[in-house]
Design a binder for this molecule. Sequence first.
Ligand code: FMN
Length: 334
Amino acid sequence: MKTAITELFGIRHPIIQGGMHYVGFAELASAVSNAGGLGIITGLTQRTPELLAKEIARCRDMTDQPFGVNLTFLPTFAAPPYPEYIAAIVEGGVKAVETAGRSPEQYMPALKAAGIKVIHKCTSVRHSLKAERIGCDAVSVDGFECGGHPGEDDVPNMILLPRAAEELKIPFVASGGMADARSLVAALAMGASGMNMGTRFMATKEAPIHDNVKKALVAASELDTRLIMRALRNTERVLDNPAVERLLEIERVKGKDLKIADIHDQVAGIYPKVMIEGDMDAGAWSCGMVAGLIHDIPTVKELIDRIMADAERIIRKRLTGFLDGAIEAGQKVA
Ligand SMILES: Cc1cc2nc3c(=O)[nH]c(=O)nc-3n(C[C@H](O)[C@H](O)[C@H](O)COP(=O)(O)O)c2cc1C
């Protein structure tokens, strides 16, 4: 399949793996790239720019296909040295960067001078248009369903994607709630040129995270995520667990007076405990509603091959079947 996104990044399939804290290591990024998608290393999971340089080199040893690095500009307890992270990306010869959180405007000259394609992930049409204006090559449009930070507008992809298509000139991918061929074909129908998946890629053999996390994703339904930190305007969608329930109780009691310090124990330093040690109740960790569509733990290649084969079947049989008047054609696709 060829789309504006496969052409932009030089990849075989229009599927991107979004940056994920303590998940997006070289193992997962290279597996996605080897399977024909665009794998992404999570820049800030590497505690220093030097460590990111090593992770990029490790990824390059595992794949000869294009891969990218995620740079997240979110409120953190200590501001990372972004220019040095960008230097590591440039010197590592990486040609794709996924930015997220705040606008990447101040870093665009450095990224563009190095010939890097920038895809900015954002949760609204107005931020997508800003990304287009400042010279981003593409946008990852992240709907309200998404794992991680869905923003504060609460617009799901059924509306957000066609709205993005109405306004944007640069290509965009659908992000949030994407799991399978049905997601991909629907995203293409709504004007996207591909899809970005986070949560779904965690439940794969190559994702270098504890088995407990993968099993929790298979067990979870679409009803099992919660939104935290709304009062701080830093909303995050996470998988429910006892620590998240404690956090939500603190939020209920504090109301508008909530401070980040009130919930520090439930949100700070949680990722290594969950992803590496498999302590599922350590605190809050990002997870999309798409957990309800995750029923197995395939290899990344099995997942991507299945998506592309099913997408072809949906388009050629189910959709054209309707045009040909064959109501039953290809009705059962998954
Ligand atoms: C565990 C986890 C950690 C994430 N960490 C980051 C991150 O550090 N930076 C970022 O830009 N997005 C992060 N995301 C968001 C993903 O890149 C992606 O946008 C999101 O998962 C898409 O929604 P989905 O989970 O429904 O596929 C994270 C998502 C998950 C599930």
